[in-house]
Each structure stands twice: as structure tokens, then as C-alpha cells.
Design a protein around this ligand. Structure first.
Ligand code: KG4
Ligand code: ZN
Length: 334
């Protein structure tokens, strides 16, 4: 049987990425061009700058992904692209590139949800087993998702305000750490104990939703008060205490979601799943409870196109193609 070869394209935020995946899980190439250096001096992603960068890079990145995979456009079964959610101008670059390839080569076009992509990153390492629960934590999302089978998603909970990664980035900013702050806080947190008791937002007793803005404000107020009292502080202790609060809530709610749905497989996905504290705590807890955990390696946790091609392959196999009227959807529902 001929293998299914899918080109994936991802431009939803600040990475211009293309990848080629065979049979939904074999990674033939995974090319990522990060714009981090461009945005760092602004302390965050500047949408207009991101779009321009994507335009400049996209053609070369796609060619490189094909070259590294040692395939040509004629070998492809389909083109998969992140359709949303994300920055509309950034998404449009990938969507336009995918449409152009699809049109000129008669290739099926598959629009992929960015979060679905993050979950399928785990599939590139070990085949996903269903039903499963996925905890997706990134700069834009904090969600608990139930998947009864390939390509079927039911949301169990989500953040009501800030995403976990957003809270990491904002706290890092007030600590004077460079953007993106998540990895910086993670690194600092390893050097101290969580001695400060910051709040944990559990919400209603049966809620699987999250809230991180109260915690973020608590840390900012704490620093402000210390400054006014002329007290100094240990940045590593602030980082460790903040991170401990985020991790405890994420782990506890993920385990509640697992119990509620009765699944025995849990996927950790999204940029924040690179966090060492979260990986360790969730792995330990799953071991205790006899749950099989799937955590993608670091380079597949943050935005990439391999995960988009993987998720796109299963939509392709179900014949769920998009037409040329497909548009970027900045608020696409899962
Ligand atoms: O998935 P991603 O690359 O982009 C989005 O779709 O948002 O996630 C980026 C987010 C940023 O907020 C970044 O600070 C956070 O993931 N992040 C981390 C770590 N590495 C990246 N947060 C905590 N600890 C880390 N090690
Ligand atoms: Zn992402």
C-alpha cells in the first residue's frame, strides 16, 4: 500500500514552519524558522511584523521541508495548514501558500485547528490510544479536551481569563526577564523552593475550568508591596512559588478530567508542556494513578508544522477537505 505523505504548514503566530509527514506519524522533515529575535525587543509578538516575516520566509521554508524529506510536490497526498486560531494576518500567509500549492498541483487541501495539531505532536512519538484526555497549555490556550477517537474533540474545560503561558510571560516581565518568559521562569524555579504561598484558583468544586489572572495579580502585588516596604526578594523564589501554583492546579484538574471521563491515557501538549516542573509533577501523578502519559519531546511542544501535518493526515483520511473558499479563522472553534 502506498504511503500517505502530507505537507504541513504553520504560521499562526511567530514561527514560520513546514514539515513532511508519512502515514500520519513518520517525520520526514520538520523545518522551523523562529521570529523570536525580531519580537524580543518589543517584549511580545507584534502581529504586523509577524505577517511580514512569514511572507519573506514561507516559500523557502516549504522548499526546505520538501528537500530535507527528499520528496517533490508530486509525491504529496495532501497539503495541511493551520486555519486557526491565531493572528489573522499571520494565519493568512500559511493559508494562502497552502491554497496556491493545492490549486497548482490539484492536491487536497486540509484546514487544521492549531490545538488539534498540538495534541497530535504526541502521536509523532507514540501512537495515540483512544479515548484520551489532553491538557493543552500554551501562550494562547489552557484547555482540557476529551478525544473519543481520531479527530473528535470535546472540550471539558478552558481558562476563563489568561492562558497559563500568558501568565508565565507576564510574571516574567515584571521580574525583568526576557521574552518569552516561560522558559526563563522554568529555569529560575529549579534554583529555589516554592516558599511563598500564592493563591490557587480552584473555581466551583466540579469545574474543569481554569483562571490565572488572580495569581498573576497576586504576584505583581506582592512585588509591588515589597518594593514599597523597601524589601528585597529572591527572583528564583518568586518564580518557583508562582510555577508551583500553576502546576498544582493544572495537574489536579487534569487528573479530575481523567477520573470524570474514565480514560487511561493523558496527553500533555502546547508550549507550556516544555515546563520541567509540569512534566515531572504530571508524570509522577500519572504513575501513581496508573495512567499512561504522552508528552512530546521539547522541540515538538512549541509551534511546529509536523504536528499540523500529523493532525491533517487523519482529516485527509476521512476525506474532510477544504475548498478554495477556506479562510483563516482567528477564533476557530475546535
Ligand atoms: O504553543 P506555543 O509555542 O505558542 C502558542 O500557541 O501560544 O506556546 C508558547 C508559550 C509561551 O507563553 C511560552 O512562554 C510558553 O509557551 N513556554 C513555557 C516554557 N516554554 C515555553 N512556559 C513555561 N515553561 C517553559 N519551559
Ligand atoms: Zn501553539
Amino acid at each position: 500500500k502506498k504511503s500517505t505523505i502530507v505537507l504541513g504548514i504553520e504560521t499562526s503566530c511567530d514561527e514560520t514552519a513546514a514539515a513532511v509527514i508519512a502515514d500520519g506519524h513518520r517525520m520526514l522533515s520538520n523545518v522551523i524558522s523562529s521570529q523570536m529575535d525580531v519580537h524580543r525587543r518589543f517584549g511580545g509578538v507584534v502581529p504586523e511584523v509577524a505577517s511580514r516575516r512569514h511572507v519573506e520566509r514561507i516559500t523557502d521554508i516549504i522548499q526546505e521541508a520538501l528537500d530535507q524529506a527528499d520528496v517533490t510536490l508530486d509525491d504529496l497526498s495532501a497539503v495541511a495548514v493551520t486555519q486557526g486560531p491565531g493572528l489573522v494576518g499571520a494565519l493568512l500567509i500559511g493559508v494562502s501558500a497552502a491554497k496556491a500549492l493545492s490549486f497548482s498541483r490539484g492536491l487536497p487541501l486540509v484546514g487544521v485547528h492549531h490545538i488539534a495539531g498540538h495534541i497530535y505532536a504526541a502521536h509523532l512519538v507514540k501512537p495515540l490510544k483512544f479515548p484520551l484526555v489532553a491538557l493543552v497549555v500554551s501562550g494562547g490556550h489552557t484547555e482540557l479536551i476529551y478525544m473519543p477517537e481520531h479527530n473528535r474533540f470535546e472540550r471539558l474545560g478552558r481558562t476563563r481569563d489568561d492562558a497559563a503561558g500568558e501568565a508565565f510571560d507576564k510574571v516574567a516581565r515584571v521580574l525583568g526577564l526576557p521574552y518569552p518568559g516561560g522558559p526563563e521562569i522554568d529555569r529560575l524555579a529549579q534554583k529555589a523552593s516554592p516558599v511563598i504561598d500564592y493563591p490557587r484558583a480552584w473555581l466551583e468544586p466540579d469545574s474543569l475550568d481554569f483562571s490565572f489572572s488572580g495569581l498573576k495579580s497576586a504576584v505583581i502585588n506582592d512585588l509591588h508591596n515589597r518594593k514599597q516596604r523597601g524589601e528585597s526578594w529572591e527572583p528564583a523564589e518568586i518564580a518557583a512559588s508562582f510555577q508551583a501554583s500553576v502546576v498544582e492546579v493544572l495537574v489536579e484538574k487534569a487528573m479530575r478530567a481523567v477520573k470524570k471521563t474514565g480514560v487511561s491515557h493523558l496527553v500533555l501538549a502546547g508550549g507550556v508542556s516544555a515546563n520541567q516542573g509540569l512534566r515531572q509533577a504530571l508524570t509522577a501523578r500519572c504513575e501513581q494513578e496508573g495512567i499512561e502519559i504522552y508528552i512530546p519531546p521539547l522541540q515538538l511542544c512549541t509551534d511546529n508544522a509536523a504536528m499540523i501535518a500529523a493532525a491533517g493526515t487523519y482529516k485527509y483520511l476521512e476525506g474532510r477537505f477544504s475548498g478554495f473558499d477556506m479562510n483563516a479563522e482567528p477564533n476557530m472553534p475546535l
